[in-house]
Design a binder for this molecule. Structure first.
Ligand SMILES: [Zn+2]
Length: 210
């Protein structure tokens, strides 16, 4: 006897540091779904202006057309009835409402694939990714390669001085670093130096851990 089950949705999270290939992996999965003739919708937050306004784009210049949204609520409102797969890039720019939105879509039977930074420049968990990891069915954690020593890199080292949690559209502001070479206080030191002396911040080559 054949049992016909209601179509079940699920959540996939692709996380990791900067330069770890998160968007590349997201694009790969979404392309596979498109090749299988599944209905795909892709979203990105309005804050991420790098490369291309209405595309998600990896550092290796792969692109897919995306809808730009201001909030997780906008994603729910923009979903069309025939959509089967939803891709969301740069999840760290959304607030915790994204968690509920992903749950709602997965509960409706959609496959939801979310990519984002799991740690901020201090190496601290970067919401909403930790919350999404807890409820996801599938998790992929990518590493980059540490630019200092060549080991697998799980941290995003900010190498310019800035007090914002994310410096938008400034790829040169970050380096992938491993646990040993990562200095969570480097940014604060640089910011302080900038304020105190109004000099240029330390570059990474001057600020390597001893
Ligand atoms: Zn290292």
């Amino acid at each position: 006897m054949n049992v016909i089950r209601a179509q079940s949705g699920w959540i996939e999270v692709i996380c990791g540091s900067m330069f770890s290939g998160k968007t590349e992996e997201l694009i790969r999965r979404l392309r596979r779904a498109q090749i299988a003739k599944q209905e795909v919708q892709i979203f990105k937050p309005i804050i991420d202006a790098r490369y291309s306004l209405d595309h998600i784009a990896s550092h290796s210049d792969q692109k897919l057309k995306a809808q730009v949204v201001r909030s997780a609520k906008d994603i729910l409102e923009a979903i069309s009835a025939k959509t089967q797969v939803v891709g969301i890039d740069e999840a760290q720019f959304f607030n915790l409402d994204l968690v509920d939105a992903c749950q709602t879509l997965a509960d409706r039977g959609l496959r939801v694939i979310v990519a984002g930074l799991d740690q901020d420049y201090r190496g601290l968990p970067f919401e909403p990714i930790p919350q999404l990891l807890a409820i996801a069915e599938y998790i992929t954690k990518n590493n980059a390669i540490c630019v200092v020593c060549g080991n697998p890199a799980s941290r995003s080292q900010r190498i310019i001085a800035d007090e914002e949690r994310v410096v938008v559209g400034a790829q040169d502001a970050y380096e992938a670093r491993c646990r040993v070479c990562f200095d969570p206080e480097l940014n604060d030191k640089n910011t302080k130096t900038k304020k105190d002396k109004k000099t240029r911040p330390l570059r990474s080559s001057q600020a390597r851990p001893s």
